[in-house]
Design a protein around this ligand. Structure first.
Ligand code: OMP
Length: 275
């Protein structure tokens, strides 16, 4: 099944807009596993077991594996998620962006080596830098638009000759001329609800990956009010707040409780009266 259909099905089946981000940092692992790079797979697998019925996606961040020479554990994890949660799409967070020939290798890495359903990409090298990923049928390409970090404003808020800001132009391109495939999505931070609203106007039906709730302080209710539409998926990511909810042996249960609470917060916001 392609990324869009998987996302649509699981969002409805699990009644969830929550994506759990898999950003394993051994220094933050619970007692007994702390600092042990060989247990990255095991840590993430327990989080997956504890949350797989609550999420609309999982998003492993590749740097957290590569930095520990643990790419083999990422491969193992991708296969594991596929086996225990076959209906949950996996977004590989890699934020790649390079010339076409190199992008072909990155696309192969994301879709052949890791078998992800979607990948995050930086669009700033232009359309020919994302084109190689489109050769893989059904896969989703999620482009950085208005990122969650404060420094995102340095470039993304620059005003172009057209009078629009750079992030608005990215949204417009992704919703229009770049999206003949219908497989593009956008990243917009939960930390910027006004811009989220603007991106939703410019890209009314695109899937939006929205990181920034939890550890970065983004507001779940404001996120849903700005971006949720019945025909437009939103994927609201939380990583650290879920993964490190407890540093005790109960970490998987604690992760489940935080995931459950965040999922419910998002769901409640859908039905809250507009303010
Ligand atoms: O593409 C992303 O996922 C991403 C984009 C962005 O603008 N901000 C952002 O935080 N992310 C990622 O989302 C995750 C956020 O993690 P927490 O802040 O721990 O919830 C990290 O894996 C980031 O790399």
């Amino acid at each position: 099944m392609n990324f869009t259909s998987l996302l649509d099905h699981v969002t409805h089946r699990h009644e969830s807009m929550l994506c759990v981000g898999l950003d394993p940092e051994p220094a933050k692992f619970p007692v007994g596993m702390k600092g042990d790079e060989r247990r990255i797979f095991e840590f993430c697998a327990r989080i997956v077991d504890a949350t797989k019925d609550l999420v609309c996606a999982f998003k492993p961040q590749i740097a957290y594996f590569a930095a520990h020479r643990a790419e083999d554990q990422l491969e193992q994890l991708m296969a594991y998620i596929r086996r225990v949660a076959p209906d949950v799409p996996i977004i590989l967070d890699a934020k790649r962006g390079d010339i076409g020939a190199t992008a072909e290798q990155y696309a192969r890495e994301a879709f052949v080596r890791y078998q992800s359903d979607a990948v995050t990409l930086s669009p700033y090298m232009g359309f020919d830098s994302i084109e190689p990923y489109l050769k893989y049928d059904g896969k989703g390409l999620i482009l950085l638009c208005r990122t969650s970090n404060p420094g995102g404003s340095d470039l993304q808020f620059q005003t172009l000759a057209s009078g629009e800001k750079l992030y608005e132009e990215v949204a417009r391109l992704a919703a229009g001329p770049w999206n003949a495939s219908g497989r593009l999505g956008l990243v917009v931070g939960a930390t910027f609800p006004e811009e989220l609203k603007r991106v939703r106007e410019l890209a009314p039906t695109l899937p939006l990956l929205i990181p920034g709730v939890g550890a970065q302080g983004g507001d779940a209710a404001a996120t849903v009010a700005a971006a949720w539409r019945p025909d437009a998926p939103i994927i609201v990511n939380s990583s650290r707040a879920v993964l490190y909810a407890s540093q005790g042996e109960d970490y998987a249960l604690a992760a489940r409780q935080v995931a459950q609470a965040t999922r419910e917060q998002l769901a409640r916001a859908r039905f809250a009266p507009a303010t």
